[in-house]
Design a binder for this molecule. Structure first.
Ligand SMILES: Cc1cc2nc3c(=O)[nH]c(=O)nc-3n(C[C@H](O)[C@H](O)[C@H](O)COP(=O)(O)O)c2cc1C
Length: 187
């Protein structure tokens, strides 16, 4: 199954283009005196681990995105349901909430890669809250296919946000190089 995702993600990546309408940002996020939120969705725990590692290093608040909806235990059925949800633009309702989103300047936004993109749960977060004017720093975990078109998809979905395109992506919960990456995006 992982091999299938790798091929899918690589092919999808070939066809992804930079969105010229969204504001993007490459490594110019001064964090001093900025209020930081680390928000993430994790299905099987990898993205949660990376989120906690980032939170430990940058401080601020941490928020786990949870939503309505369930998935079958069977892996193949689960991935098929997820695929259909992504194709249909399904947006589950958030069941956890951020107390006051307006207080945050910078949001580290984490998602597993599902079928080359972010999960419907993360899209729901983006569309539920007014994130315009905020700096969004994406981080994703994957099963070998890389970030694919996730960062550009965030830039498309997050209207008026400054989306850092030098986001973090790792195979599973590996965090080697996290300090170096953080130093670069905080420049
Ligand atoms: C529904 C589904 C779709 C996936 N699609 C991809 C993919 O397109 N490319 C990839 O590299 N990994 C893919 N994976 C693997 C996950 O991105 C990877 O295991 C990730 O670290 C899981 O994060 P989590 O433990 O926080 O849920 C997929 C996994 C699932 C369950």
């Amino acid at each position: 199954m992982k091999k299938i995702f790798t091929i899918f993600a690589l092919v999808a990546g070939l066809f992804s283009t930079n969105n010229t309408h969204a504001q993007i940002n490459e490594g110019t996020n001064t964090m001093e005196n900025k209020k930081i939120l680390v928000a993430y969705y994790s299905y099987s725990g990898n993205t949660k681990e990376v989120a906690e590692a980032i939170h430990q290093k940058v401080g601020g608040d941490i928020f786990e995105i949870k939503t309505t909806g369930t998935y079958p235990d069977d892996y193949k059925s689960m991935t098929e349901q997820a695929k259909k949800e992504i194709e249909d633009g399904y947006r589950p309702q958030l069941t956890t909430s951020v107390a006051d989103i307006s207080q945050y300047d910078v949001i580290f936004l984490g998602s597993p890669i599902w079928w080359g993109t972010i999960t419907p749960q993360v899209s729901s977060f983006i569309e539920t809250y007014d994130l315009s004017g905020k700096t969004i720093i994406p981080f994703v975990t994957h099963g070998g296919g890389g970030k694919s078109h996730s960062f550009t998809d965030i830039a498309i979905q997050c209207k008026g946000c400054n989306v850092e395109q030098n986001g973090w992506s790792s195979y599973g919960s590996i965090t080697i190089g996290l300090d170096r990456w953080l130093a670069k995006v905080k420049e």
